[in-house]
Design a protein around this ligand. Structure first.
Ligand code: ADP
Length: 226
């Protein structure tokens, strides 16, 4: 599904953020990218969602070079990806229902779909009783669950979760990871980044470790593959 082929990213100040990275991610995989702060995790995600371009190398999504897409096609491409950030980025003046409905409206979905799907998706993330709560009326973990619901509501092919548990305690972290696992079990490919390897150790899924922009380990279900 996604192929990074010898991707190198050097920023204009000469920082080498990614150094000759090659990764192949299959449809339906759950891949965790771990590494200390500054290892290159966010840069890697930016290469995948075409927010920034590699200095060298290619990123293919279903065999299409995403950095050769025109403006319009980039927008269509990004619709295939749902993103969750560390800070959730919910709209503060809208409740849980409205935050998710807003993403559906932006994608041109009909009102009757919105009315049917929003309660369903909130149920999937265990928040049916917080449907009318505003972000300031929810805990950090609950806000992240709304952010995940919003990311999956338009049925993207890929979920990118960039440090989604960075601000959470261990119990909420466990809940967020198990929701991502459930979404993956339902067929969506997931890429998760974290600086805390403990978060992904129990998952039994592929873990790629980055250090100074290089892959130092690629473990498939706990086994080393390189
Ligand atoms: P991580 O997400 O693992 O913390 P990043 O991808 O954010 O790592 O950063 C990798 C390296 O690239 C770091 O040295 C960081 O300082 C540098 N970096 C990130 N973004 C930029 C930028 N826009 N310009 C220059 N250097 C950057």
């Amino acid at each position: 599904m996604i192929e990074l082929d010898q991707v190198t990213k050097k920023y204009s100040d000469k920082t080498l953020a990614l150094d000759d990275i090659s990764i192949h991610i299959k449809k339906g995989e759950f891949v965790s990218i771990v590494g200390h702060s500054g290892a290159g995790k966010s840069t890697l995600l930016k290469m995948i969602n075409a927010e920034d371009r590699p200095t060298l190398g290619k990123v293919l999504f279903e065999s299409t070079d995403v950095h050769k897409l025109g403006r319009h096609d980039i927008l269509l491409y990004r619709r295939k990806i749902g993103t969750v950030f560390q800070d959730g980025r919910l709209l503060a003046n809208r409740n849980a229902y409205e935050n998710i409905a807003f993403a559906m409206e932006a994608a041109g979905r009909y009102d009757h779909d919105i009315e049917a799907d929003v309660p369903e998706i909130l149920k999937l993330v265990g928040l049916e009783d917080k449907i009318w709560n505003f972000p300031h009326e929810m805990s950090g973990g609950e806000r992240q669950r709304v952010a995940i619901a919003r990311a999956i509501i338009n049925q993207p092919e890929l979920i990118i979760a960039d440090e989604p548990t960075g601000n959470l305690d261990p119990i909420n972290t466990g809940e967020i990871i198990s929701i991502l696992k459930k979404i993956n079990d339902l067929g969506t490919t997931v890429i998760l980044t974290t600086h805390n390897k403990g978060v992904v150790d129990s998952l039994g899924k592929r873990v790629i470790t980055l250090e100074s922009g290089r892959i130092i380990r690629d473990e498939k279900e706990g086994r080393y593959s390189i």
